[in-house]
Design a protein around this ligand. Structure first.
Ligand code: ADP
Ligand code: MG
Length: 319
């Protein structure tokens, strides 16, 4: 027992929706719509690097799909289906059951069925690789190179919590059980705005998800679009539990903290009402935090009008 086929049959063989060929054949087959691009993205999560060895398997199942749904949302794409590659050092049924439960719960919620994957034994440590596929209108995908001078800069949700949770867990902040409990869901169970994002093509120009920190990620849009930005720090929504911390800690967490999985997008000023309406219809918080300008560079202003500088631009995996 417990060979690869038993594991797939037991944990990863839920039926695919009508019109799909799911797990069990050499390839999955999915319907595609005329006039749409296939949007696809993949992310690796490695034990000890992206998650702690004792991480709750259910949260891990959730997060491994969530980070990929975030990439689809960042293009304005609607999820179609996903693939799961799993490399495991040993067979732990409790872990597998928890992981599958967390994964499928989010897949169901986002209507992103699991239609295939690969399962192997690893030499050491767990490796999780998820690939998502989605669809987006050919002309309206939210590319990083599409920002224009005069665009508003928006973000979804609030910032800071995931970074504080990570710092608490890494003992870079003095342990505070209440603060950890309040910020941990943002780190371990992010809910990217996949529903709201599907309404953005046609309203927004450029978008990306804030996986490496607001300043660093916004910098990618500025570079690709050959423009600059002015940000009002006072307009950036700070997670409620983070607001009371020291100003330097808040600044760092909000501007440079990664692992956020909210969207930053740009849109012409005449779309403000339509964007707010889209947000309200989806119960999505959105905030307008600045604007795109033609002069290169990213300038952040404090509420008193003084410039804010920050040395660490974000999280770089090779630094
Ligand atoms: P192949 O030999 O063609 O690679 P496998 O024996 O690896 O096929 O997998 C059998 C079936 O199970 C395939 O349809 C594959 O997509 C699916 N599968 C394997 N691992 C997973 C997984 N972790 N999650 C979902 N589907 C999986
Ligand atoms: Mg295989």
């Amino acid at each position: 027992m417990d060979n690869e086929f038993d594991l797939i049959a037991r944990y990863f063989s839920r039926p695919a929706p009508q019109g799909f060929l799911g797990v069990g054949d050499d390839c999955a087959l999915l319907p595609v719509t005329a006039g749409q691009h296939l949007a696809t993205s993949t992310d690796l999560l490695i034990e000890g690097r992206h998650f702690f060895s004792d991480a709750d398997p259910q949260a891990l199942g959730h997060k491994s799909l969530a980070v990929n749904l975030s990439d689809l949302a960042a293009m304005g794409a609607r999820p179609s289906a996903c693939l799961l590659g799993l490399s495991l050092p040993s067979v732990d049924h409790q872990w597998l059951a928890g992981f599958a439960a967390g994964f499928y719960a989010l897949a169901d919620q986002a209507q992103c069925p699991l239609v295939g994957g690969d399962t192997t034994r690893s030499a050491s440590g767990i490796v999780i690789s998820v690939t998502v596929m989605g669809q987006v209108d050919k002309r309206l995908a939210l590319r990083r190179d599409a920002a224009q001078a005069g665009d508003d800069i928006w973000i979804t949700g609030s910032l800071g919590a995931a970074d504080i949770a990570l710092k608490l867990l890494h003992r870079k902040l003095p342990m505070d059980g209440d603060l950890l409990a309040a910020t941990r869901p943002a780190l371990e169970r992010p809910l990217p705005p996949w529903q709201f994002a599907q309404g953005l093509p046609g309203l927004a120009h450029a978008a990306l998800d804030i996986s490496d920190g607001l300043l660093q990620d916004l910098g990618h849009i500025l570079k690709a679009s050959a423009c600059g930005a002015e940000l009002q720090f006072g307009a950036v929504p700070v997670h409620q539990e983070v607001q009371g911390l020291g100003p330097a800690t808040v600044l760092q967490a909000v501007l440079a903290g990664g692992d956020v999985y909210e969207l930053c997008f740009t849109a012409p000023a005449d779309r403000r009402a339509a964007i707010q309406q889209l947000a309200d219809a989806n119960g999505q918080r959105v905030s307008r935090i600045g604007r795109i300008v033609s002069e290169p560079g990213l300038r952040v202003w404090a509420e008193d009008g003084s410039p804010i500088t920050l040395d660490a631009g974000g999280y770089d995996h090779f630094s």
